[in-house]
Design a protein around this ligand. Sequence first.
Ligand code: DP6
Length: 349
Amino acid sequence: MNTIKKVTWQSPSNIALIKYWGKHGNQLPNNPSISFTLEECYSETTLAIEPKTGSSNEIELRFYFDKKENLAFRLKILQFFESIHKEFSFLRDYSIVIHSMNSFPHSSGIASSASSMSALALCLCSMDDMLNKRKTPKDDFFARASHFARLGSGSACRSVYPVMASWGKNKHIKNSSDKFATDCSDWIHPIFKTFQNSILIASASEKKVSSRVGHSLMETNPFATARYKQANDNLNTLIKALMTGDLDTFGEIVETEALTLHALMMCSTPSFTLMTPNTLAMIEAIRDFRESSQIPVYFTLDAGPNIHLLYPNKFKSKVHEFIDLELKQFCENGRIIFDAVGKGPKLIK
Ligand code: DP6
């Protein structure tokens, strides 16, 4: 009611092709990663500032998820704000009200930290510009938003760019950094801009082990050093394939990365498994279908049991037929989310 200013951003989720798994310092990755930005799976976040009600210097925050006050999320965001308030003085000067929602259902197994933290970081940067009556140049604005998104959740830093983004130093990617992501949309072969991502929900249950814990288990994983070398090598090979449109190499690297991520979980101490029998059944079916149809369709996995099926748009109808006939039976309640490579975040107002 007493709103002084507000801003709304929609920001998408992303799916990593080279996986970020293991970090150090303040949210710095142990290896570089690269991802497709999605289109349909996004968070919409509104950040509003109001006059402060109290006179204390504490951060005043109300947080609403799907229009309902959410104290657990509020606490997470409050911690995040405490860690960055020096960069955003308005966080202490005003009372902050945040409304957030996701385009995808809460229990769909889709990780929402990438979309929600990137949407929030974009709102923070826009609000800062508005209050300081300045317009940060586009490239600097998104690099800054990516930096703060990373501090909220590592993978979120890649969501501020359209189509494809990398995060982490790599000698072949100009302006690459461990501190923020880099837009890769201008150097990849056009075929990748047409990629579809069908998310096959093997299970929508809450994850048994959070990504935060998974990352920390890399500290004692006996294969950690070899893994970080492999990720760098895989990224270099993938970059070439992305430039030339080499789908075979793309698929080989992407599938190896997905299975390596889950192998690392299985050989951590304590170990854990996030794949289910249905995940494996789908992987087998995808390999068989690719072999028999010669259609370039590949799988990848998040830190969860769900399959992300990746394929160029021109094979959509054949792949949808395959999904219906062979993969749907392995999905919880037949649940599938049809997404595709997307255009990046959108400023709503
Ligand atoms: C498997 O970004 O969720 O999806 O930085 O602790 O928030 P935090 O971790 P998070 O980890 C994502 C891991 C991954 C791989 C990836 O997206 O690169």
